[in-house]
Design a protein around this ligand. Structure first.
Ligand code: 0A1
Ligand code: ZN
Length: 881
């Protein structure tokens, strides 16, 4: 484990590498405990670099076992090798030279899952961000690109498959029992996109013919016997390939595209050139074991990794500060893909819910950082929701500012101008400025200023002059290391709704720029006056969530209900319902501990039930409309001194009121939406299941027996309904026979299916209230728990810490203590996993004082431990600052 926790890397210190890498040739002789890696690297000195400048290669826990210059051993006096660095001196001043480095590595004991490791007998690599340096000494930075030739030698019987990036060159028998395969990737790439997989796996095959007529072989590798469960992933891949051609004019560029699913993986998936490696959770699906959310995630992540082929691989990042250049942009692309495949409005609602729950929470706490950070200590800690999701929102705003055609023009220029480059955010934005002529210098603050802007809104209507005035003020809160902020360019989509619900087109506007339905807020405070407005309009602002901001707008319940009823933007209707509901939930959270009865505003209840009953609206939308703000959303809205128990009790009381008032409609829908015919995973069917599940949740709050949920559990023919019924049983009626029987039945039925068993752990980890802790402790001792498998750890410990506000935030601090113990136990083996789990405590300062103190004690215990990894040390120190 690295414990070099002190070093800070700064964007301002960027310098190009001293040596240019022309070619990389790697030979692997695979062995579980001692794999030989021979790297032949051809370099030349960059023009202008002095002759006495040494070549410095990165390493991580490496031992050098051989070093040659142009095929001759190098004298010991000419180099210095440590586990994390190899310096070679007196190298040729001009012309290319070849360095041959030999290392031996131990894949079997690589529990960090970075570099080359083994999972269930399969060799596999993960090199982003800095994993390649755990394989061999190398200039392991994203701006050093070269073509790669790979030769893999391994035991034939146990490793019939030998895979790497690029096109297959050939293979054959090597010596006694061993065989080899060679691959060549002609597209220059940085080391983080290297991949190797070897083992014995099953395969699903298909082909795709590109718009130019090239036939691409598509292969998805999974454990033997699981092939049928990769069919949906293959379908999603083909749809992604067609979509990128259609929407962005991007074709695939090798003759083969391969995906390997593994069960031990730190993240979701990885876009290695031509050889994506996936957490099998995002490949495997069938109706019996995958929920609709799983299907949607598989579709999105398959697309995301595929889209990286252009945004990330063909154009990569100059340095890791530019991570959002590939990630924010690629998330935007996968969001647009899913929106085109499914219901755009419903997709947008789900995105915004996720953004607010995760990114707004990060932005409001001690881990806040800009979309493009300027310093880091451990890059692994910057694969964050800010870089990914806020990065996507920033890209979306560029599309809003320039319009769809303008955005496409800028993207075309970006692909044209930077293909083969390691680029920067400045390069990216310049393409949109150059193609549109629009000045984006103020807009660029979105990349450098952290924090969620708060826009305060007030309006006035003057009937005599028929003018409507909209006054806006923006405040960007202080964040770590950034106290004073500049006003940003905030594009706000809007409409003025008339009394009959139609749009009122104003005659003219003054006070700032308005283009079509986009209002450009650029000043710290700014007033827009619309003239020719015949009657007081209802303002619908930030439609489609055009800007990732908080709005402070005292809109009356009547106006919100008007938007909820009439806006032609379905997203805005959902937003209005949610704005109606949030103050009610906040008030309930305050009423409960004071012993006051919870009252629910009639306008809210009728708007919700009207929406619920409106069969013209798609079921998925109605399901979203009826899913109240989560407990953490309510906590964020309250902002500080939070009591998770009060928030939970208040929310439950509101749910119960709505359930009682809408009982008949929930019952009708629950019956009508019962599945008919065979299961299909399409969005419309998923929407019906979602609405039926919502109905079951409400009915479980209205009734006091487990019988309906037990019936739902017994009858479910798909995982979406089965897992939901189990959740309702265990969360609402935990000690009943019905719940206990269902829990046991689920475990027996899915005993040999790890992904389904993960759900069994998660459902129990989220049981509200203080009993969850004992459950989690007991489950950690269950023989089915596996502390080495990241998915299982996340399913139990991660879900408990991230998704069980009352259970985790016990006032006695035992939840925090459990997490701290786990982090200290996991850190020596898998620091990335430990650091990510720790971020569950990122909002600890917003808790009421007793809990906050307990959280601080747990964090203090972590920070005081000996031998923390750089990953955990970085997070815990920022959290305590
Ligand atoms: N680039 C991948 C995410 C990823 C990042 C880091 C990893 O290991 C530390 C693994 C995957 C993506 O965006 O999908
Ligand atoms: Zn990505």
């Amino acid at each position: 484990m690295r414990t070099d926790t002190g070093q800070v890397i700064r964007l301002a210190d960027y310098r190009p590498a001293d040596f240019v890498l022309e070619r990389t040739d790697l030979t692997f002789e695979l062995d579980p405990r001692s794999t030989k890696v021979e790297a032949r690297l051809i370099f030349h000195r960059r023009a202008g670099v002095a002759a006495d400048v040494p070549l410095v290669l990165d390493g991580d826990e490496l031992t050098l076992s051989g070093l040659m210059l142009d095929q001759t051993d190098i004298d010991a006096g000419r180099y210095t090798a440590t586990p994390d660095r190899l310096e070679i001196r007196d190298l040729p001043e001009d012309g290319p030279f070849e360095i041959t480095v030999t290392t031996y590595i131990d894949p079997e004991s690589n529990t960090q899952l970075m570099g080359l490791y083994r999972t269930n007998g399969v060799y596999c690599t993960q090199c982003e961000a800095e994993g390649f340096r755990r394989i061999t000494y190398f200039p392991d930075r994203p701006d050093v690109l070269s073509p790669f030739t790979i030769t893999i030698i391994a035991d034939k019987e146990t490793n019939p498959l030998l895979l790497s990036n690029g096109n297959f060159l050939g293979g054959g028998n090597y010596d006694e029992g061993r065989h080899f395969a060679a691959w060549f990737d002609p597209h220059p790439k940085p080391s983080y996109l290297f991949a190797l997989v070897a083992g014995d796996l099953g395969v699903v095959e298909d082909t795709f013919t590109t718009a130019s007529g090239n036939e691409v072989a598509l292969k998805i590798y999974v454990e033997h016997g699981k092939e049928p469960r990769a069919a949906y992933a293959m379908d999603a891949l083909k749809r992604s390939m067609a979509w990128d051609e259609e929407r962005f004019g991007r074709e695939y560029d090798l003759n083969i595209f391969q995906i390997v699913a593994v069960s031990d993986f730190n993240m979701g998936a990885m876009e290695n050139k031509g050889l994506n490696v996936f957490n099998d959770k995002y490949v495997l699906a069938d109706p019996e074991t995958a929920t609709d959310a799983d299907y949607a995630n598989i579709e999105a992540i398959i697309a995301h990794e595929y889209f990286h082929n252009w945004t990330g691989n063909r154009i990569t990042c100059r340095d890791w500060f530019q991570l959002c250049l590939k990630e924010g942009l690629t998330v935007y692309r996968d969001h647009e893909f899913s929106a085109d495949q499914r219901s755009r409005a419903v997709k947008r609602i789900a995105e915004v819910r996720h953004l607010k729950a995760e990114q707004f929470a990060e932005d409001a706490g001690p881990l806040a950082h800009p979309v493009r950070p300027e310093t880091y200590r451990e890059i692994n800690n910057f694969y964050t929701t800010t870089v990914y999701e806020k990065g996507s929102e920033v890209t979306r705003m560029i599309a809003t500012l320039l319009g769809e055609d303008g955005f496409r023009k800028g993207m075309d220029l970006y692909f044209d101008r930077h293909d083969g480059d390691a680029a920067t955010v400045e390069d990216f934005v310049a393409c949109f400025e150059d193609s549109s002529g629009r000045d984006l210098s103020q807009f660029k603050l979105w990349y450098s200023q952290a924090g969620t802007p708060l826009v305060t809104v007030s309006t006035a209507y003057d009937a005599v002059s028929q003018t409507f005035t909209l006054s806006l003020e923006q405040i960007i809160p202080a964040t770590p290391g950034q106290s004073a902020k500049q006003p940003m360019h905030i594009p706000l989509k809007f409409t003025l709704l008339g009394e009959n619900g139609g749009d009122i087109p104003p005659a003219a506007v003054s006070g700032g720029e308005v283009t079509g339905d986009v209002l450009h807020l650029t000043g710290r405070s700014q007033s827009f006056t619309f003239s020719g407005v015949p009657a007081r309009p209802v303002l619908s602002l930030n439609r489609g969530f055009s800007a990732p901001i908080n709005l402070s707008f005292d809109q009356s319940p009547a106006d919100l209900a008007h938007i909820a009823r009439h806006d032609s933007d379905l997203f805005a209707r959902w937003q209005a319902l949610s704005d109606l509901g949030l103050p009610v939930l906040v008030k309930a959270a305050k009423d409960v501990p004071e012993g006051r009865p919870v009252t629910v505003d009639g306008a809210l209840v009728s708007a919700l039930i009207e929406t619920l009953a409106d069969d013209r609206l798609e079921p998925a939308f109605r399901a979203q409309a009826l899913s109240l703000a989560s407990e953490s959303d309510i906590a964020r809205e309250i902002g500080g001194n939070n009591d998770p128990d009060a928030i939970h009790a208040g929310r439950d009381a509101v749910l119960k009121t709505i359930a009682d008032k809408g009982f008949a409609t929930f019952e009708r829908l629950y019956r009508e939406l019962a599945p008919k015919g065979e299961f299909t995973p399409d969005a419309a069917s998923a929407g019906r299941r979602a609405l039926r599940n919502v109905a079951l949740t409400y009915l479980s709050h209205a009734g006091d027996s487990a019988s309906l949920a037990a019936e739902a559990f017994a009858k479910a023919d798909n995982m979406t309904e089965l897992a939901h019924a189990l959740t309702v049983l265990i969360h609402r009626f935990p000690d009943t026979d019905a719940a206990l029987n269902a829990l046991a039945a689920f475990a027996t039925r899915f005993d040999s299916n790890p992904l389904a068993l993960d759900k069994w752990f998660s459902i129990q980890a989220t049981v509200p209230g203080e009993t969850a802790l004992e459950r989690v402790e007991a489950l950690m001792k269950d023989p089915r728990f596996n502390a080495q498998n990241p998915n299982r750890v996340r399913a139990l410990i991660g879900t408990f810490a991230f998704a069980n506000p009352t259970g985790f935030n016990r006032p006695d601090g035992k939840g925090y203590a459990l997490l701290a113990d786990q982090i200290l136990a996991i850190d020596p083996k898998n620091p990335q996993l430990a650091a990510r789990l720790l971020t569950a405590m990122r909002s600890w300062r917003a808790l009421e004082p007793v809990r906050a103190e307990a959280a601080k004690t747990a964090l203090g215990r972590i920070t005081g431990a000996r031998q923390l990894s750089a990953d955990v040390a970085d997070i815990v120190e920022r959290m305590l600052k």
